[in-house]
Ligand binder design. Structure first.
Ligand code: HEC
Ligand code: HEC
Length: 332
């Protein structure tokens, strides 16, 4: 009797354990994912536990220095959505005469965007991790959002099927009637059903894109075509100037790369980029680093074709002498 009761307890205990693991599993998986992504993409600037001067890049960065993510009184004023929008935004040209920046826009060039590098659910997992660094919990429900998007896709699919059937029936009826009367089919008779079907298809495509974007990295499977980098000689100086401005004031490349004694050290120094790297390679790299090296810590910053050309031109002018070599005599 006693043995049997113990056996029941063990079985029940085991079942509760399995149930707990199944329900907590999802949450743990998100947490684990957020932790790993934060370690790879954020900790060099913000530190493993979010404290200032903890990340190896912190002290080399220009002002403003990376925020203290462990500071609850400051970080607590931000909503989950605010943090998401900071990490997933378009970079703004902060130079005078650059982009218009609204009061609510976060526009610090040296805080990179991850909008073009990570999927939305990955960014939400990171937001959850950041919340933990200042002792708060993510309120946004990642799994629920994914379920909502999947349900919306199903509804859109059903609507499209229905609209297609209605259209086919209307078209069939119109051609049968035309045949009876021995006249040409009048397309206008079923134009309404055709427009409804086109609209349903549009909504279906949008629902599918929303679901895909949620869980797929944006750059995945895209590769950047070789650019034609020829520039009219009279445009060179202007482009180089623009490139330098974008490098510092829009994309904050200096937060991760150094020129001389200035700048971050997440990536290699770029003082000699003009000697070492070829323009076509630079252009393709800055537009989508992940296409060349999927796990690189350098995010895709959303450079347009024009911005990438200007930045490439600028990097081509970086030709510092080797640190330990005598300065070369200029030719001629
Ligand atoms: C190259 C260094 C760098 C990296 C990498 C970086 N950050 Fe930042 N971060 C900054 C800087 C600089 C600021 C702005 C500080 C300020 O405004 O005073 C900042 C600000 C923030 C803020 C505050 C936003 C606000 O509205 O005030 C959050 C949250 C944040 N970063 C999260 C992250 C997360 C999460 C990652 C990784 C996905 C990350 N950062 C990667 C440099 C970095
Ligand atoms: C968050 C940090 C970060 C930012 C911001 C960043 N980079 Fe990088 N970059 C890196 C890292 C890390 C590497 C090294 C690549 C690797 O092997 O993973 C790199 C590599 C490079 C290289 C190749 C250098 C070499 O010697 O092989 C170039 C060129 C470059 N980055 C240019 C830029 C430009 C231009 C910008 C701004 C538009 C920029 N980077 C912004 C981190 C960054």
């Amino acid at each position: 009797m006693k043995a049997a009761r113990r056996y029941v307890l063990v079985v029940v205990g085991g079942l509760i354990g399995i149930w707990a693991m199944a329900t907590l599993g999802c949450a743990n998986e998100q947490q684990q994912k957020g932790h790993e992504l934060y370690g790879h993409y954020c900790s060099h600037c913000h530190g493993a536990t979010g404290h200032q001067n903890e990340g190896f890049n912190w002290s080399s960065m220009p002002d403003p220095k990376p925020k203290d993510l462990s500071n609850k009184s400051e970080m607590g004023t931000l909503k989950d959505n605010d943090i998401f929008n900071t990490i997933s935004r378009d970079m703004k040209d902060t130079s005078e005469g650059g982009d218009v920046i609204g009061d609510d826009d976060f526009a610090v060039p040296t805080m990179p965007t991850f909008k073009y590098t990570l999927s939305e659910d990955e960014i939400w997992a990171i937001v959850g991790y950041v919340r933990g660094l200042h002792g708060m919990k993510l309120e946004f429900k990642i799994e629920e959002r994914k379920k909502e998007l999947a349900a919306a896709l199903q509804t859109a699919q059903a609507n499209l099927d229905q609209a297609t059937k209605t259209y086919e029936a209307a078209e069939k009826q119109a051609s049968e009637e035309a045949e009876k009367k021995n006249v040409d089919v009048d397309d206008a008779v079923y134009a309404k059903e055709m427009a409804a079907m086109a609209q349903a298809k549009k909504e279906f495509d949008a629902a599918q894109a929303a679901l895909n974007n949620f869980s797929t990295r944006p750059g995945k499977g895209t590769s950047i075509a070789r650019p034609d980098l020829t520039v009219k000689p009279e445009q060179v100086a202007k482009m180089v100037e623009l490139g330098q401005r974008l490098y510092e004031n829009k994309y904050g490349c200096n937060g991760c790369h150094s020129l001389g004694a200035e700048g971050g050290k997440v990536g290699p120094p770029l003082d000699r980029a003009g000697f070492r790297l070829n323009g076509t390679w630079i252009y393709r790299w800055v537009r989508n680093p992940q296409a060349m090296k999927p796990e690189t810590r350098m995010p895709a910053l959303g450079l347009s074709d024009a911005d990438a050309r200007a930045v490439t031109m600028y990097l081509g002018t970086l030709r510092a002498p080797k640190p330990d070599a005598p300065i070369e005599k200029p030719a001629g």
